[in-house]
Design a protein around this ligand. Structure first.
Ligand code: IMP
Ligand code: MG
Length: 181
């Protein structure tokens, strides 16, 4: 097991997620449709929707990147091109949509997803991300709701993985010695 370093505790996460749920409730004037990005945002979405006090539905979308993976030297390559692996099951047309993502990093994934979802002609599209790493941004894109702004580290837990490991951990940890490109 890698030596993980605690970054954000489950108590801190719970408090922020509840606050974002209350904020989304306050900012909405009708039913909201949450779209979670598989798999990293599944845990965040499931906690978040339980703090939303208006009519809501949820669905998931899947994306993969041709990069966004580790090479054999433990270097995280985020240089790439994103593709859709699972589309939404329900129509978004005319809906008030909140896209729920785990991490906003270079912005490539979110830019791709926003363009794709806007093509479905929702009434409105907002974005909620648990973590933001603004220092790594390559494309100019921002979220409407941010849980925590963090430094340029590779993190796992609360849905987020390192080679599919650690998604089940309740707290968020840094994986040391991961080089980011
Ligand atoms: P972007 O396209 O570079 O903004 O990358 C966003 C995606 O990369 C996220 O949805 C995550 O799946 C993944 N990612 C970026 N940073 C991390 C990290 O620190 N841990 C785990 N996954 C990450
Ligand atoms: Mg992701």
């Amino acid at each position: 097991m890698d030596d993980l370093k605690l970054l954000i505790s489950r108590e801190q996460i719970a408090e922020r997620v509840a606050a974002i749920g209350r904020q989304i409730t306050a900012d909405s004037d009708g039913p909201v449709m949450f779209i979670g990005v598989l798999k990293g945002a599944a845990v965040f979405l499931s906690d978040l929707v339980r703090h939303v006090q208006i009519a809501a539905t949820f669905d998931f979308i899947g994306v993969a990147s041709y990069s966004n993976q580790f090479d054999r030297n433990k270097v995280w390559d985020s240089s790439g091109e994103v593709r859709l692996t699972k589309d939404v099951d329900q129509s978004l047309r005319g809906k008030d949509v909140v896209l729920v993502e785990d991490i906003l990093d270079t912005g490539l994934t979110l830019t791709f997803l926003k363009r794709l979802l806007l093509g479905h002609e929702p009434k409105n599209l907002r974005v909620a991300v648990l973590l933001d790493k603004p220092s790594r941004r390559k494309l100019l894109v921002e979220a409407d709701y941010v849980g925590f702004t963090i430094a340029d580290d590779f993190v796992v837990g609360y849905g987020m993985d390192y080679a599919e490991q650690y998604r089940h951990l309740p707290d968020i940890h840094i994986v040391p010695n991961v080089a980011l490109t």
